[in-house]
Write a protein that binds this ligand. Sequence first.
Ligand code: NAD
Length: 497
Amino acid sequence: MTVIQGRNYINGEWRDASETFESVNPSDIRETVGVFPASGKAEADEAIAAASAAFPSWKRLSRINRGEIIDNFAQLLKRDRDELIQLCAREVGKQWNESYADVIEAIHMTQFVAGYARQPNGFVVPSEIPAKDAYIIRKPKGVTVCIAPWNFPVAIPLWEVLPAVLEGNTCVLKPSPYSSACGYKLAQLLDEAGFPKGVVNVIHGGGPDCGEVLTHHPDTRLILFTGSFAVGQSIQQFVATDPTKFAACELGGKNQLLVLDDANMDIAIPAAVMSAYKTSGQRCVSVGRILVDRTREAEFTERFLDASQRLRIGNAMDRDVFTGPLVNEQGREKFERHNARAREEGFEVLLDGGRLTGGEHEHGYFVSPFVYRGEYRDDSWVLNEEAFSPHVAILPVDGLDEAIRIHNEVPYGLAAAVITEDYRKWRECREELEVGLLYVNLPSIGAEVHLPFGGMKRSGNGHPGAATLIDYVTHRTAFTVNHDHEIKMAQGLSAEL
Ligand code: NAD
């Protein structure tokens, strides 16, 4: 297949950098997917300057006109849907059906944001003084840096960029270096959609050399970050030193499935398999801990292990496999580190997954599931850290109260799923579980774009992404007009001179 020669998209122009890096196909690392500019300070400065210059006229354009350009972009995503699906599967190793869902999610997000252009962008609010009209209007924050992870290479960059530009901000997007070809394709479509020059800029590069320069730039007002806890924490620490900057951070998870005593196992098993193994466990909402009521543990475990052993793992472009490889060698080493720690901490290994080699797996980062069990311990490292791989703990629990307590001891709070037939139990979970996304009789994955997407605790700083980000990318401004012939003040304040 052709090697993509990617370029930066700055101020409506295609530009190179002095250094380059490659992205490879994780299903077969002999294949280079593309070569991209390794951007540094010079490129980051140029991109921020372009976004700053474009801001005054972009924010003055009508919101409806901005939405129309986003609608053009939706048409282009639809036109090139199949190319995007292929690219996603090839570059990040998301199995074909999952790549399909990623692109469809991107289209849904784009449609949602384009349609939102015609929604109110403020409110009329009552005043104590009858002749006063008071309004809340929303204004853009300014130059916005969007930093995206590799695992939703089409949808997540658009969750960030589109709400920001709809509301009149201008952007610099830095995709993950592991999904640069997808980011480059998005840049081409954004260009074709007709955004004025400088409104959206897309530059490629690594975290410290490029991402950090963008987030630390003095002209950056807003940072929309999705990625790991460690990087999100460093961004939040930096933003805390500069009160003119804002950051919305969507971070990792150690998500849990609760299988209660009355669970329907015909739902629990597919929910567990999808939650733990879709994208090879590399979703922020992937399940790493399954809390099973002790009375159902034997039955659940037997069926879950059977299903885990029957997964078809192979080339992500193959429509018949269930899941593809891990994204890179670091991901595979992290998986192995977690597996080793589970052993060291004394857990019983039920399924000793590891590297898959030979045959169709020979040249990719393939692994098979690792499943272990044991009594819950709050001092366990492995039960508390995100593994981002098919690494799953089964933990027996005695009843709903214990399940909720153990669930909430994890430092993350992104997604959970509960399997029960009892409305009182799921209602209790809804009230008590510390998560941003809760599913009942479903897997922990599969969010839709018009719902808030975001977590609590280490999983996010409370500005959920996707549709609800529209609120965060604006300032709410109070605007009050007097229609009387004299000044009358609220709160009994005298206007006498
Ligand atoms: P990552 O944190 O390693 O990288 C994310 C992005 O940040 C990349 O573009 C990277 O180049 C950039 N980056 C790295 N260091 C940086 C720095 N110092 N300054 C600025 N940018 C920097 O994450 P990843 O491996 O790409 O993605 C996996 C992680 O993302 C997992 O932890 C997963 O749970 C999380 N994730 C969260 C959500 C969510 O919505 N909560 C969604 C998807 C993925």
